[in-house]
Design a binder for this molecule. Structure first.
Ligand SMILES: [Fe+2]
Ligand SMILES: [Fe+2]
Length: 470
């Protein structure tokens, strides 16, 4: 089961050839996908050989193979983690019942909405990142970008398989729409806000993969708990691929920080702009921006939808099995709200606070990432540290979106926020400066001046390896 059949037009481990109708439907979608990839995928690099990994099995360990591949020839396919025999629903009102192999009629709409929303983020990020090859700080980084891009394309395949396979004609229409919407487009934008933001430079890319791809990890983990077994299995395998995206982001930011500190030591006034580096405070502002956009993706702190998804057994908590109790009934979660201009702690029924429960796990993970960056900084003999803003800062979704808060989460007036905006969030001048540094470096082993070299190459290769054949 774990082995993937690459002899088929669409590589898969779901015995696609036994379902002629589904196979034909997906084979019809495939050329449309390839057209989308050629139009909206990495601009200017489609004909080059790239050192990419491709899934060859869904067994943990040794699941991937590395080879020089031209991106349009990448073998996108449908890979589900192995079936767990006798798996039971692990939470909510159907707890203990066998998992579903087809969709219960009463949950068809909410499942479709969840899958479409997740699916939409995958092509969106490819669109956001499509011009970055032109300014890659090294071939190593360019290869990592393209790896992330082809795997987001594969995640789209993962979700489209579910839409085609389980939602009939509605699913086929949704799959077409996924190729029709465009990140940032006024008329047909992507569904979620963070996926309509620009990703014009590599500092943005590294913050995006640190914070926004990490949101993906938590959404997928919550769906991996799902009572709809094909969704669970698909998400479990997607998580295997996702780990690399988070690594790319975290190490990318760390290398920028490292280089900034090195350059500060070389200038008598510690001004790295004289030496073509990225000032520390600009890095902090990019972190503030992408952290706040990414925590928006978890939805409102108090949500009846979240309660319904949990009750239905469709979306669980992060690692549901670490909890002792799985109905979440008769329990509360404390949520801080603004009441009459004062922050007040309120008790919310736990099921209604499930978005916040998942966000808490996400934020704890982000705190660890920042701690790692700060450990790296402390070894470089500097007192500078990166700080995560408050959950209430700069929100456009949820209960904190209707008021302004400072970086520490204290309520402030909208005027006070505007007065501090340039200290907290990237300004047009910051973005222009960062953009001015984005000059490509295509010589194997060489790095742009604003970023430190990675400590190791990919898959045991040297950092000097020609990861993309320019
Ligand atoms: Fe993804
Ligand atoms: Fe990702």
């Amino acid at each position: 089961m774990a082995g993937i059949d690459y002899s088929q037009l669409i590589p898969n481990n779901v015995d696609l050839s036994s379902d002629r109708r589904l196979q034909r439907a997906l084979e019809k979608w495939q050329p449309a996908y390839l057209d989308w990839w050629k139009d909206m995928g990495p601009e200017g690099w489609q004909a080059k050989d790239v050192y990419l990994r491709t899934a060859v099995s869904t067994e943990p360990g040794g699941w991937a193979m590395f080879d020089m591949v031209r991106m349009p020839d990448y073998r996108w396919g449908i890979f589900l983690a192995d079936k767990v025999e006798d798996r039971k629903i692990g939470f909510g009102d159907h707890m203990g019942e066998p998992v579903w192999q087809t969709i219960p009629g009463e949950y068809r709409n909410i499942l479709s909405r969840i899958i479409v929303t997740q699916a939409d983020t995958e092509p969106a990020s490819v669109e956001q990142q499509r011009y970055l090859g032109a300014t890659a700080p090294s071939l190593y980084d360019m290869r990592n970008l393209f790896q992330v891009n082809v795997e987001e394309g594969r995640h789209l395949w993962a979700m489209v398989y579910l839409l085609h396979g389980y939602f009939g004609r509605d699913g086929r229409e949704e799959a077409e729409e996924l190729l029709a919407r465009r990140s940032g487009d006024e008329d047909k934008p992507r569904i979620l806000d963070a996926f309509n933001q620009l990703c014009p430079d590599w500092l943005t890319f590294f913050c995006f993969t640190t914070f926004t791809d990490r949101d993906g990890k938590y959404q997928l983990a919550a769906l991996a708990e799902s009572g709809f077994d094909p969704l669970s299995r698909t998400c479990r395998f997607m998580l295997t691929e996702e780990a690399h995206h988070l690594f790319v982001g975290q190490m990318g930011v760390e290398r920028v920080l490292r280089r900034t500190i090195e350059l500060m030591k070389q200038d008598p006034n510690e001004d790295v702009t004289n030496l073509g580096g990225i000032p520390f405070d600009i890095i902090q502002k990019y972190v503030n921006y992408w952290f706040s956009y990414s925590i928006d993706l978890f939805g409102s702190e108090v949500s009846s939808n979240a309660a319904d998804f949990f009750a239905a057994g469709i979306k669980g908590r992060y690692r549901e099995d670490k909890y002792e109790e799985h109905t979440a009934l008769g329990q509360i979660k404390q949520v801080t709200k603004l009441v009459d201009d004062r922050l007040t702690v309120e008790e919310i029924p736990l099921r209604n606070a499930m978005n916040e429960v998942l966000r808490d796990d996400y934020v704890a993970d982000c705190v660890k990432v920042v701690e790692k960056w700060n450990r790296a900084l402390s070894k470089l003999d500097t007192d500078l540290r990166i700080k995560l803003p408050s959950n209430r800062f700069h929100r456009r979704q949820g209960i904190y979106a209707t008021h302004s808060y400072d970086i520490d989460g204290n309520p402030i007036s909208a005027e006070a926020f505007e007065a501090h905006r340039d200290e907290w969030l990237p300004t047009a001048a910051d973005r222009e400066y960062v953009a001015s540094l984005m000059k490509p470096v295509y010589e194997p082993g060489k790095m742009a001046n604003w970023i430190a070299a990675p400590k190791k190459g990919i898959n045991g290769q040297e950092t000097q390896f020609e990861y993309v054949r320019v």
